[in-house]
Design a protein around this ligand. Structure first.
Ligand code: M6R
Length: 614
C-alpha cells in the first residue's frame, strides 16, 4: 500500500527510483511519481496508472532528468482523492521548493489544511499529504534547517506516516521520518537510500537500518544521521538484510503467483527445519518465550488477523483446540479493535500477518498487550513492526512474497500453527504421543504430496478452462477445511474478480441454496474424515438444484465420477493435515482462471500487498 523510495549519491537518481518503485509494485498502487533536483531546481514527473506510464514520461526527457543524483519516488494507493496526476505524489509547497512523498493517513489533515489556507497556502490536490508539504515549507521558512523543519512539522501531525522530503535549497539532503508506517534506510558507498520496504534497495545494498516511530533520518551521499523527536542523536543500528535479490525474479514463471505456489514444498521444508528434527523428539520452538507453566495454565487463546492470514488462523484454531484443549477465538483484527475485548494475562494473543505491517492487526495486538496478554506473532517479516512488538516471534520463513495474492505465506503460516499446536500439546501433555507422531510424519512427507499436485497441474488447468466462463462460484467444506473453502474463494475473487463465496457446507440449505442453478458451480472440499459423508450429501443437494459440481478430494471412490462434473484428486492425507494439501489445487485453479481471463494476476485491481491503513 503506497511505496516510497529515496536516493542520494552519485548515480542518476531516476534510474534507482524507478527500479525501486518497480520492486515495490507488488504493494498495490494506482499512480506514481518522482521528484528530482536538476541543476538546482526541483522537478516533478507523475503519471496515473501503471509505472510504465511514468517510465515513458521520464524516457522522453531522460538526458535532462538523469543529471539529478538526488530524488524521491512514490507509488500511490488512493485514500484521499481519486487516482489522478494531481493527487499523485510527490507533492510540493506553493513555491515548489519542498517535495514530499508519504505513506499512511494524516488524520487531522482537515484542521491543518484550514490553518495553512488561512495563512495563504493554496492547495492543488485533494490529498492529506499536501498538507505536510506546506507545513514543512512553513517550518523551513522559520528554521532554515530541513531536519528541524520536518521534526517540528511532524509534532503537529496526527495519524500514520512514512515520509521523505527534499528541498531545492538543500541540494545534498533527504530527510525522512515515520510513525506507524514502515521505513528502512539503506547504506551504500558514497550513496544512501530510504524506502518503505527492502525490495526497493536490496539490489544496491544489504546494509540497512529500520527506523523506529518518530525517529528522523537525514541522508547525504556520505552520511546518515538519526535523531528522535526530541532532537537526541540515535546510534545507528545497521543490520545485514537476509533477502537475496533473486527473490524478486520470476525465475521463468509467467507470474510471481505461479512461482510462489511452486515454492511451497520447499517452504514447508524450511518451516520445519530445526523445529521438527525427528518424529520421536519434541518440537523445538525456542522463539516462544512464554513460560511453560504459564502456557500450561492458559485459559484461552485469541488469534487476530486479516484476509488470508485470518484463514490460516482458523486452521490454527481447529488444530490447537483439537490437540491442546484450549479454547481459541479467531477474529478479524478490524472487528477486534472496536469492541470491548475480554483479554488478560491468562490469555495468549496471537497476531498472524504475512507483512507484519497490517494496521488493524498492529492496533489489535497493541490493545491486547496493554491488557497484559502475552503477544505471539506469526509473521513472514521478522523485520516488521509487529515482529518488533512481539513477546514471542514465530518467523514463518516463506521468503519475500511478491504476488498480492498470498499463497506460500499462507502455507507457511498453516505449517507454523501445526508446529505451535504440537509444541503446546507436548508441554501440556494434552494429546497422545501416537497422534502427535502421526501428524509429525505427515508434516515430513507433505512436501512430496504437494509436489505431486504441482506435477499434475494440467488437470487443474483443464478444470479452470472449463469453468472460467462462470460469474459466480460457491466453495463448500466443513470442519478443518471450512478455512480452506474461505481461502480458496478469496483467492478466486482477488485475482479473477469472480464472485466466489466460501460456506460451511451445512449452512448451504439455510439460505445460499436459493442461489443454485446451472450457472452457479459448487466446489466441494471433500477430504476423507469425520465430515466426508456429510459434505457428499451437501454436494448431492446442490446437484439436485442443477448446480455444476467440482470436487477436490483424496478419495479414489469411482462413484464420485457420477456425481461430480470435474474432480481434482490430491494424494491421501490425514484429515487434520488436509488443509495444507487441499489449498494447493484451489490456488492453482484461481490462478489459471484469472490467467484465462487475462487478468493482472500479480497486481489485482484495488488491492495492496501490505494494508498499512485502518
Ligand atoms: O500482511 P497480512 O497477512 O497481515 O495481510 C492481510 C491481508 O491483507 C492479506 O492476507 C490479503 O487478504 C491478501 N491479499 C490475501 O491474498
Amino acid at each position: 500500500m503506497c511505496g516510497i523510495v529515496g536516493y542520494i549519491g552519485n548515480k542518476p537518481a531516476v534510474d534507482i527510483l524507478l527500479e525501486g518503485l518497480t520492486n515495490l509494485e507488488y504493494r498495490g498502487y494506482d499512480s506514481a511519481g518522482v521528484a528530482v533536483n536538476v541543476e538546482g531546481k526541483v522537478e516533478l514527473y507523475k503519471a496515473e496508472g501503471k509505472l510504465q506510464n511514468l517510465k515513458n514520461i521520464v524516457q522522453e526527457k531522460y538526458e535532462h532528468i538523469s543529471k539529478s543524483v538526488i530524488g524521491i519516488g512514490h507509488i500511490r494507493w488512493a485514500t484521499h482523492g481519486v487516482p489522478s496526476v494531481t493527487n499523485a505524489h510527490p507533492h510540493t509547497c506553493n513555491c515548489g521548493k519542498v517535495a514530499i512523498v508519504h505513506n499512511g493517513i494524516i488524520e487531522n489533515y482537515k484542521e491543518l489544511r484550514a490553518k495553512l489556507e488561512a495563512n495563504g497556502c493554496t492547495f492543488r490536490s485533494q490529498t492529506d499529504t499536501e498538507t505536510i508539504a506546506h507545513l514543512v515549507a512553513s517550518k523551513y521558512a522559520q528554521t532554515k534547517d530541513l531536519t528541524e523543519a520536518v521534526r517540528i512539522a511532524t509534532k503537529e501531525i496526527e495519524g500514520a506516516y512514512a515520509i521523505a522530503v527534499i528541498h531545492q535549497d538543500v541540494k545534498n539532503t533527504i530527510v525522512a521520518t515515520r510513525r506507524n508506517a514502515p521505513l528502512v534506510i539503506g547504506f551504500g558507498e558514497g550513496e544512501n537510500f530510504v524506502a518503505s520496504d527492502v525490495p526497493a534497495l536490496i539490489q544496491y545494498t544489504k546494509k540497512a537500518m529500520y527506523l523506529d516511530d518518530n525517529q528522523i533520518v537525514t541522508l547525504t551521499p556520505d552520511s546518515v544521521k538519526v535523531i528522535d523527536e526530541n532532537n537526541n542523536s540515535i546510534p545507528l543500528k545497521i543490520e545485514n538484510l537476509p533477502w537475496e535479490p533473486v527473490a524478486l525474479s520470476k525465475m521463468g514463471y509467467k507470474h510471481f503467483m505461479l512461482k510462489e505456489i511452486h515454492e511451497q514444498p520447499d517452504i514447508v521444508r524450511n518451516v520445519l527445519t530445526g523445529k521438527l528434527k525427528n518424529i520421536d523428539e519434541n518440537i523445538s520452538l525456542s522463539e516462544v518465550t512464554l513460560d511453560k507453566d504459564k502456557l500450561k495454565d492458559l485459559k484461552r487463546i485469541q488469534i487476530v488477523a486479516c484476509g488470508t492470514s485470518l484463514h490460516a488462523a482458523l486452521v490454527g484454531k481447529y488444530i490447537i483446540e483439537e490437540l491442546c484443549g484450549i479454547p481459541v477465538d479467531v477474529e478479524a483484527s478490524s472487528e477486534y479493535i472496536y469492541r470491548t475485548t475480554i483479554t488478560d494475562e491468562n490469555t495468549l494473543v496471537i497476531g498472524v500477518s504475512q507483512s507484519g505491517e497490517t494496521a488493524d492487526t498492529i492496533t489489535a495486538i497493541r490493545q491486547a498487550k496493554k491488557k497484559g496478554s502475552h503477544i505471539l506473532i506469526v509473521t513472514n517479516r521478522p523485520d516488521s513492526t509487529m515482529a518488533r512488538e512481539a513477546d514471542s516471534l514465530v518467523p514463518v520463513n516463506a521468503g519475500i512474497e511478491v504476488s498480492v495474492a498470498a499463497t506460500k505465506s499462507y502455507m507457511a503460516q498453516v505449517i507454523s500453527f501445526y508446529l505451535l499446536a504440537i509444541y503446546m500439546a507436548e508441554i501440556k501433555n494434552s494429546a497422545s504421543k501416537e497422534e502427535l507422531i502421526k501428524i509429525k510424519h505427515e508434516l515430513i512427507v507433505l512436501p512430496q504430496k504437494i509436489e505431486q499436485i504441482l506435477n499434475h497441474k494440467s488437470d487443474i488447468q483443464k478444470c479452470a478452462k472449463a469453468f472460467s466462463g462462470h460469474k459466480d462460484f460457491i466453495f463448500i467444506a466443513r470442519g478443518i477445511n471450512y478455512a480452506t473453502a474461505l481461502e480458496g474463494a478469496l483467492k478466486l475473487k482477488e485475482i479473477s474478480y469472480i464472485n466466489a463465496t466460501g460456506y460451511s457446507a451445512g449452512e448451504l440449505k439455510h439460505g445460499p441454496i436459493a442461489m443454485l442453478d446451472e450457472s452457479m458451480p459448487v466446489l466441494s472440499i471433500l477430504m476423507k474424515g469425520k465430515v466426508y459423508e456429510k459434505i457428499l450429501s451437501n454436494a448431492e443437494e446442490a446437484k439436485a438444484r442443477n448446480a455444476k459440481l467440482i470436487a477436490v478430494t483424496n478419495s479414489d471412490d469411482i462413484k464420485l465420477d457420477e456425481l461430480f462434473d470435474s474432480i481434482i484428486r490430491v494424494p491421501d492425507i490425514e484429515e487434520i493435515l488436509s488443509p495444507a494439501l487441499a489449498i494447493v489445487p484451489l490456488q492453482l485453479l484461481a490462478y489459471y482462471i484469472a490467467e484465462f481471463l487475462g487478468k493482472d494476476v500479480d497486481q489485482p485491481r484495488n488491492l495492496a500487498k501490505s494494508v498499512t491503513v485502518e
